[in-house]
Design a protein around this ligand. Structure first.
Ligand SMILES: NC(=O)c1ccc[n+]([C@@H]2O[C@H](COP(=O)([O-])OP(=O)(O)OC[C@H]3O[C@@H](n4cnc5c(N)ncnc54)[C@H](OP(=O)(O)O)[C@@H]3O)[C@@H](O)[C@H]2O)c1
Length: 175
């Protein structure tokens, strides 16, 4: 399974603005990029907290599976639609094996620092697509936290998305 992490961050590396939950601070160009990324990927995985923020924008589609990792899948049973919007409390390595058995070959990870850490620590992330907005927040969540990593990346492509200088960087993790 190829796993691609996509995030928008500030120039000082924050994935949330202070303690605000949403990414309304991201540029319209990043939103356009994110919509395309979502439409290009049949399998998307997020954490329960990200789902709570994004759920009004998630429109279940027959050919796409959105998987949400939560300690309490029962809490979301009213939202659950088999093969389209599923909730699980499986550990990430077990979950990825299950998804491979279901025939998926690529996963787009759209999550916060908590779930990201588990994917990085398990060595599961292959590529990172980062949007860097020309903003400084000073405080907020990180891409990953509470761990020590030493990963080497290779830049695959870069693009300036607008006049202000929002940058789109696509990295591969060197194994
Ligand atoms: N800048 C960006 O591109 C970007 C992208 C995504 C998210 N975000 C932001 O990041 C924030 C959320 O980040 P976060 O790190 O707090 O949350 P998160 O990674 O989205 O989700 C954490 C939640 O995932 C569930 N979870 C994680 N590991 C689990 C495990 N091993 N077993 C079962 N459940 C597990 C738990 O859900 P339950 O609480 O339901 O048990 C946990 O509270 C939001 O504000 C969101 O908007 C930013």
């Amino acid at each position: 399974m190829k796993i691609i992490l996509a995030m928008v961050i500030s120039a000082d590396g924050k994935s949330t603005k202070w303690d605000l939950k949403d990414q309304s601070w991201a540029s319209p160009e990043d939103k356009t990029h994110l919509i395309k990324l979502i439409s290009d990927n049949n399998l998307i995985l997020m954490g329960g907290k990200t789902y709570e923020v994004a759920k009004n924008f998630i429109k279940p589609r027959e050919e796409k599976l959105r998987m949400v990792v939560t300690r309490n899948p029962q809490r979301f049973s009213a939202d659950s639609i088999e093969d389209q919007l599923e909730f699980t409390n499986k550990p990430v390595t077990e979950l990825i094996l299950d998804l491979e058995k279901r025939g998926f070959e690529q996963l787009l990870l759209l999550s916060g620092e908590g779930l990201n850490r588990q994917f990085f620590e398990a060595g599961l992330v292959d590529e990172i697509i980062l949007t860097i907005e020309p903003k400084i927040f000073g405080s907020g969540n990180a891409i990953i936290s509470e761990t020590k990593l030493d990963l080497e990346l290779k830049l695959l492509s870069y693009e300036k998305l607008n006049e202000r200088g929002t940058l789109l960087l696509h990295y591969q993790i060197i194994r």
